[in-house]
Design a protein around this ligand. Structure first.
Ligand code: PGA
Length: 256
């Protein structure tokens, strides 16, 4: 992590928990103070209650997905404007579970990124390779292509409004993590790609998070890498204690 970028720690609650559990988890995060920015991504149906609980807190709320459409006849979709209206400030785009379970491709991700940014929602764009792609030696090419294709509609990069999450598919929910060296290597390559596509200063300002089985035990080793600016946490974000322990790993590094 580079001290000029404020660390960002995201908690992706995925499709876990009922309303009471969402309220209780949000309550246990409400007083959190951190050097890192904290954002949670609850299931859609719990966004209203979670934004209520966290309204006066420093913890931000985001959606796990957003529609590429402005409004209209799009059954089951949720627009950026609805999310903003509900108190969200962020959205994930292109999480691998959506890419792989629902067949979301880069051009759909690009439409979502463009729409969300245009409407005023911040975007955390997720990219990552499968195990087959890594074993075939294609990880860097695959991830770079996802990045460039998904940002096709963005002619400029506002680092305060767009963050990346590098999440190797084989590390998500499996207990396997990329080594800090492999993750750093990929993050550095992503930053270089951003610099080539935009400019050095936006690339330097952009937070690139690592995701995939991040736990309190491995967070510090990842977050000390110069190009790893935070974490997107799935399983370990379902407990306030472990989520906040990961945030404090960012804290101890930043203040060291
Ligand atoms: P995990 O999920 O921490 O449970 O591996 C990360 C993610 O999918 O964002």
């Amino acid at each position: 992590m580079d001290t000029q970028r404020r660390p960002l720690i995201g908690g992706n609650w995925k499709m876990h928990g009922d309303g009471d559990e969402a309220i209780s988890l949000a309550n246990s995060l409400a007083d959190a103070r951190s050097v890192a920015e904290l954002v949670v991504f609850p299931p859609f149906v719990h966004l209203g209650v979670v934004t209520d609980v966290l309204a006066d807190s420093e913890v931000m709320v985001g959606a796990q997905d957003v529609s590429p459409h402005e409004s209209g006849a799009h059954t089951g979709q949720t627009s950026a404007r609805m999310l903003l209206d509900c108190g969200c400030t962020w959205t994930l785009v292109g999480h691998s579970e959506r890419r792989h379970e629902l067949g979301e491709n880069d051009s759909l991700c690009a439409a979502k990124v463009t729409r969300a940014l245009q409407e005023g929602l911040n975007v955390m764009l997720c990219v990552g390779e499968t195990l087959e792609e890594r074993e075939a030696g294609n990880a860097h090419q695959v991830v770079q292509d996802q990045l460039l294709e998904s940002l096709k509609g963005c002619s400029s990069l506002d680092p305060g409004r767009l963050a990346l999450a590098y999440e190797p598919v084989w590390a998500i929910g499996t207990g396997l993590t990329a080594t800090p060296e492999d993750a750093q290597d990929m993050h550095q390559a992503l930053r270089k790609t951003l610099s080539g596509r935009y400019d050095a200063s936006s690339a330097t300002g952009c937070r690139i998070l690592y995701g995939g089985s991040v736990k309190p035990a491995n967070a510090a080793a990842l977050l000390t890498c110069p190009d790893i600016d935070g974490a997107l946490v799935g399983g370990a974000s379902l407990s306030a204690d472990s989520f906040l322990a990961i945030a404090s790993a960012a804290e101890s590094w930043t203040s060291s």
